[in-house]
Design a protein around this ligand. Structure first.
Ligand SMILES: *[C@@H]1O[C@H](CO)[C@@H](O)[C@H](O)[C@H]1NC(C)=O
Ligand SMILES: *[C@@H]1O[C@H](CO)[C@@H](O)[C@H](O)[C@H]1NC(C)=O
Ligand SMILES: *[C@@H]1O[C@H](CO)[C@@H](O)[C@H](O)[C@H]1NC(C)=O
Ligand SMILES: *[C@@H]1O[C@H](CO)[C@@H](O)[C@H](O)[C@H]1NC(C)=O
Ligand SMILES: *[C@@H]1O[C@H](CO)[C@@H](O)[C@H](O)[C@H]1NC(C)=O
Length: 468
């Protein structure tokens, strides 16, 4: 035996001993959990054969879903017993393979094994049992009881019901607005997509979510915005690379590996180029080509192209924060950042990773659909910029609600920059009226022909003071 072999066999023996120890320890935990559960079961309070007991239970806790509680227990138990089977099989094979296999186990293999096969399933079973809570008896929740909320009883998946139930303040104190509970909110049109929402909310608590952001986005676009919160762990890309430093990230294509591509037609950023007819999205065709993006707002080819520096010169030093409501990859925010203006870019991931690229460029994406009120307070923003987004397809009344919302958010003296809005020539008057109804001060106004039937409208408008 060489020295090295001896050293190895010594180390291996050590790790083998460690393995046995940990596995035995694991057993103890499993057995302890099962026994305590068993004791819980056998009291008969919950599922006892005495149906009378269970009846009282039901009456005392009106509307409490006994079946889902029982399902939770079953689930926790089956996870524990699956783990037990696995560990028994592992021990069995170690005994059988005394010579060959055991000595090839390295310390890191053992660690991975314990982490992935023992600790992680044990942990999730533990958590799922922990999360089972017996609700308070009905008498404690007075009038306005959370269970009276009609939405809650609309859904059957327990996790949505939990999310929607109003949660009382722990100290019972009432806020200055007279509320003593907090509601989990969802968009009201969620009820129209009940099947999808229940699928979305069907997951193992504290475990990994399914790879389903796509389903979430479908729900959002169907009017279920905001989506409910979830208690599962969102998946990330396999090998997330360190993002580029801010002095480089604004105009460099980020690493392909920092995006989960499975729900897009493309599998890398190159594929999103305008030359590829099968890139999977149609708006802002060339916006994943940052070389082309670089000249935007610095050069003009039509009257409707305003230059960033001309716009900022209207209010020198006053434009500091703003929102860009567009379809794009954040180039407007990048340009503005170079001029020390902070822009938040709204984005949906329709056919391409718009949110991801904006964030990877070091800018702030805001993931909301056009159905939602902007999450900013009144009179706060210095600038609202919009391009490519509305294009004459949005319903006029919806557009009107949106314009009033923008007006609300814009501060007095703030600028509304409508950037190459395009529409049919015959509809131009309607849109012009909608924009002019706010009686903003006109700094720039330009109409230019896109084609025989379509026109571009660009406008730079200033919100007047409203000292009422
Ligand atoms: C025994 O060890 C060999 C190699 O060392 C391995 O391929 C085999 O799967 C092991 N048997 C069992 C039952 O684990
Ligand atoms: C909240 O206030 C209502 C009455 O306004 C009261 O009936 C209820 O018990 C309070 N809930 C909590 C959790 O304090
Ligand atoms: C970015 O900044 C880092 C450190 O501050 C520097 O080493 C690097 O050269 C800069 N990159 C560019 C493109 O300026
Ligand atoms: C481009 O912008 C400059 C400066 O704002 C302006 O003088 C010029 O007329 C514009 N060109 C076109 C084609 O609109
Ligand atoms: C932005 O701010 C930095 C640091 O305050 C300053 O050095 C730079 O000149 C500013 N850039 C512009 C375009 O104002």
């Amino acid at each position: 035996m060489t020295k090295m072999e001896r050293a190895c066999s010594c180390k291996c023996r050590f790790s083998r001993a460690l393995a046995y120890l940990q596995i035995i320890l694991g057993f103890f935990v499993v057995i302890a959990s099962i026994t305590s559960l068993h004791r819980f079961y056998s009291t008969g309070v919950l599922f006892g054969s005495a149906s009378k007991n269970s009846q009282t239970f039901k009456e005392g806790y009106a509307d409490f879903d006994l079946k889902s509680l029982s399902d939770r227990f079953e689930e926790g138990l089956s996870r524990l017993s699956a783990l037990q089977d696995k560990l028994e099989a592992a021990v069995h094979s170690i005994n059988k393979n005394k010579t060959a296999a055991a000595e090839t186990i390295t310390r890191s293999e053992l660690r991975t094994y314990l982490e992935e096969e023992v600790i992680s399933p044990l942990y999730s079973a533990h958590i799922s049992l922990r999360l089972i809570r017996i609700p308070k008896p009905e008498s404690e929740s007075g009038p306005g009881s959370p269970m009276e909320d009609p939405l809650i009883n609309f859904f059957t998946v327990e996790e949505i019901r939990k999310y929607l139930t109003a949660k009382g303040n722990k100290n019972g104190k009432v806020s200055v607005y007279g509320t003593n509970k907090t509601y989990g909110t969802i968009g009201h049109a969620c009820v129209l997509m009940r099947k999808e929402l229940e699928e979305y909310m069907n997951y193992d608590i504290a475990n990994y979510c399914k790879d389903d952001w796509h389903l979430g986005q479908k729900l959002m676009l169907g009017g279920c915005d905001p989506l409910p919160r979830r208690r599962c762990l969102a998946r990330a890309s396999k090998l997330y690379q360190r993002p580029l430093p801010i002095n480089e990230s604004l105009w460099m294509m980020p690493d392909d590996r920092n995006v989960r591509w499975n729900n897009y037609r493309c599998r890398n950023f190159d594929c999103l180029s305008s030359k590829n007819p099968r890139r999977g999205f149609s708006k802002c065709t060339g916006c994943f080509e940052l070389d082309k993006e670089k000249v935007k707002w610095l050069t003009n080819s039509t009257l409707a192209d305003f230059l960033i520096d001309d716009v900022l010169a209207v209010k020198p030093g006053e434009i500091r924060i703003g929102v860009d409501i567009s379809v794009g990859t954040g180039s407007f925010a990048a340009r503005m950042r170079e001029r020390n203006v902070t822009i938040i870019s709204t984005a949906m991931n329709i056919g391409a990773p718009f949110n991801e690229i904006i964030a990877l460029r070091g800018l702030v994406p805001l993931y909301i659909s056009l159905g939602q009120r902007l999450p900013f307070f009144d009179n706060t923003m210095d600038l609202i910029h919009t391009s490519v987004f509305l294009d004459g397809w949005v319903d006029l009344q919806l557009l009107d609600f949106m314009l009033f919302d923008w007006d609300r958010v814009l501060r007095p003296g703030g600028l509304l920059w409508i950037d190459k809005f395009f529409c049919n020539r015959k509809d131009l008057d309607d849109y012009m009226y909608m924009i002019l109804q706010f009686r903003y001060r006109k700094h720039k106004w330009a109409v230019s022909y896109k084609s025989n039937v379509e026109v571009y409208l660009s406008a730079l408008l200033e919100k007047p003071p409203r000292s009422l």
